[in-house]
Design a protein around this ligand. Structure first.
Ligand code: FE2
Length: 292
């Protein structure tokens, strides 16, 4: 018997662990959203808490209600628009418009009050995403801050049939403009030409999810066939892999981040670590101490 020594790279592609079909929900003053997941105490996608897809595809729906003034505490919200825009205004005195291709990364920290009002683009459509990322206990009461990134400041990497807009994290040596985020997340908008393959190293133990919103492709170790619109949750491994269908491109938002592994107590727009901290948030609102 011949003995051989096989050198292996010992790297494994992450499998698709499960697939989420986004559910239509009504939020704010009557805004229709596709929600893939929301905050829960079991926190299965730690550090990611919520992922919504604004999808106003029919101008017949009438005026858009938007999200009138509301508070946040203990989280970061990331708004990324594809079409149309969101006008926002907040308790720090910021007023602005998040347009197509722009990103607003808001660290609510100890507290912010804001309103978010979507507007249709020239095509009549509004398309965009809002992701909530948790803050670790030590930063939940940090001062609020914003990182606003215009469309032309987001690096686009074109490589082997992949077009990647890097919002946060790094791809092919290119770093996204959003930095100093507690969860050190990766957040990218990826389009693969028909048949193109894509691979990205992802640290073991990190949470990895992909929101497939256009086209179809094969995802993960088992080449799980996936058609838009689906949220894919990946099991552990060393890399994320995807391949577009041979007959059409595929486009997805890719998110990866290190879990904080802390207990959370979510309540509406607040995500804290204990019930007492949730009560404190309401008390601060009631006594006018929420925003200082
Ligand atoms: Fe908000």
């Amino acid at each position: 018997m011949r003995s051989t020594i096989i050198m292996t790279m010992d790297t494994t592609s992450r499998p698709v662990k499960h697939t989420i079909t986004p559910q239509m929900v009504i939020e704010g003053a009557g805004v229709k959203l596709r929600r893939s997941f929301g905050p829960t105490r079991s926190n299965p996608l730690d550090p990611f808490l919520l992922f919504d897809n604004f999808a106003f595809n029919n101008p017949q729906e009438g005026p858009i209600a938007g999200f009138p003034t509301h508070p946040h505490r203990g989280i970061e919200t990331v708004t990324y628009m594809l079409e149309g825009s969101v006008r926002h205004r907040d308790s720090l005195g910021n007023v602005g418009l998040i347009g197509a291709g722009d990103v607003q990364w808001m660290t609510a920290g100890r507290g912010i009050m804001h309103e978010e009002m979507p507007r249709r683009g020239p095509s009549g459509l509004i398309k965009g995403f809002q992701l909530w990322v948790n803050l670790p206990a030590a930063q939940k009461m940090s001062p609020p801050r914003y990182q606003e990134v215009k469309e032309n400041e987001i690096s686009v990497v074109k490589k082997d049939g992949a077009t990647v807009r890097v919002v946060a994290g790094e791809f092919a040596g290119v770093r996204g403009p959003v930095t100093d985020i507690a969860a050190q997340p990766l957040y990218m908008d990826v389009t693969l030409d028909a048949g193109a393959t894509f691979s990205l190293p992802t640290p073991r133990g990190h949470t990895v999810v992909a929101y497939v919103f256009e086209g179809a492709g094969l995802f993960g170790k088992d080449a799980t066939n996936t058609e838009a619109v689906k949220m894919l949750v990946f099991g552990d491994g060393d890399s994320f892999t995807a391949q577009a269908s041979p007959s059409q491109p595929v486009r997805f938002m890719l998110m990866a981040g290190a879990p904080f592994k802390e207990a959370i107590v979510p309540y509406g727009p607040f995500v804290m670590n204990t019930e007492a901290e949730i009560y404190q948030a309401f008390e601060d609102l009631r006594t006018g101490n929420f925003v200082k």
